[in-house]
Write a protein that binds this ligand. Structure first.
Ligand SMILES: C[S@@+](CC[C@H](N)C(=O)[O-])C[C@H]1O[C@@H](n2cnc3c(N)ncnc32)[C@H](O)[C@@H]1O
Length: 265
């Protein structure tokens, strides 16, 4: 029987060097408009459409209007922001990235799929600040952020609320005594199964061979998931439309990247 690991930290540092002024500013001005509420059940439709606590003088225009007004303020030379194409539609794809690092992949995907709704979770302040810079540069409006442990928001998401979950190059915790800190654990997989819609998918990548084997074994133990690979190419090559992540490019692991896709029944 696996030990209960839910109380253990699966990540290392939560901040590093002092933020540059622009990034520090974005944490104050932009993050509050994009942040997933800190408590309570998360209604994904409301997250992308209901009025946020914009602060005094924000005009009560709603979360989209707030982030749009922030973007407009920051980019006076751009055409005024249009209402988000995600507003008021309940049948869009909901996509979560767990441990987005600096947000390069997350923001690129959100930009490439403007009709989908993205949520990113990352406890590392410098990563979140970097992501905010990418959001501001790209002007995307279909992304919300949780600066913290993804397990906190997973627990607050309703059953069958997500279509796709990315977990790309998670901390490998290679020493045996640290395996209990790995994000991928039976309880965590059960939570992924709960929040995914039928037909939803988990996309996982690592360049640590032992972590790939660990992940495959644990997902295979959960009858709600099927490994979608049919041939070696399926786990040797990234999926169509993949955008390389920063850790992927660093090549810090002990093998070439391994790409695992698990379909939820
Ligand atoms: C090795 S980095 C990879 C970052 C990014 N995915 C990439 O490929 O460049 C792993 C990231 O996962 C984050 N992380 C670890 N545990 C997490 C958790 N429970 N919830 C959200 N993020 C987590 C870490 O803070 C770190 O930024």
């Amino acid at each position: 029987m696996m030990p209960d690991t839910r109380h253990l930290r699966s990540y290392g540092r939560t901040k590093a060097r002092t933020l540059k002024p622009r990034q520090a500013g974005l944490v104050v001005t932009l993050l509050p408009h994009l942040a997933v509420p800190a408590e309570g059940r998360i209604d994904v439709d409301a997250l992308f459409s209901s009025p946020p606590p914009c602060g005094e003088g924000a005009g009560g225009g709603g979360r989209e209007a707030c982030s749009a007004s922030v973007t407009d303020t920051l980019h006076p030379d751009r055409p005024p922001s249009q209402p988000s194409p995600t507003r008021g539609e309940g049948s869009q794809r909901n996509i979560l990235e767990i441990g987005f690092g600096g947000g390069e992949h997350l923001v690129a995907q959100a930009g490439a799929h403007s009709g989908a709704r993205f949520i990113g979770a990352e406890p590392f302040l410098n990563g979140v600040a970097s992501c905010l810079r990418h959001i501001e540069d790209s002007g995307i409006q279909n992304l919300r952020l949780h600066m913290g442990d993804a397990r906190d928001i997973l627990a607050r998401l309703p059953d069958a609320s997500l279509d796709l979950i990315y977990i790309l190059f998670p901390d490998p915790w290679p020493k045996t005594r640290h395996h209990k800190r790995r994000l991928i654990q039976p309880d965590f997989i059960a939570e992924l199964a709960r929040v995914l819609k039928p037909g939803g998918e988990v996309r996982f990548a690592t360049d640590w061979a032992d972590y790939a084997a660990w992940t495959l074994e644990l997902f295979m133990r959960d009858p709600r998931f099927t490994w979608t690979a049919e041939r070696a190419e399926d786990w040797r090559r990234s999926w169509p439309g993949h955008v390389a992540t920063r850790y992927e490019q660093k090549r810090l692991g002990d093998c070439a990247p391994i790409w695992l896709r698990f379909a939820k029944a």
